[in-house]
Write a protein of this length. Sequence first.
Length: 102
Amino acid sequence: MKRTLIGTFKFTPDIMMQKAGYHKHVSFKTKETSYIRRLGSLEYPHFHVYIDVVENSFQINLHLDQKKPSYGEHTAHSGEYDGEFVEEEIGRVGRWFELFLL
């Protein structure tokens, strides 16, 4: 699920995501930065967020990973990209970002 927030913000995405309860994750293979918030003590399930920065806006791309991806002939991701739980979380993250608008 995606949400765009327009404006000038006091902090970088790293700091705002940390304040929202996420930790930075850099992919070992692609070196791409994303953010993860676990829902318990185990690695999965967790919310997974990518952020695109465009001039005066951030686009938040959030999904829920239910289990570790499995690779082989087929990719099984088990990510949820919509639904009530995902909508609530993207709203929560968006409210954190709005707190830091200048």
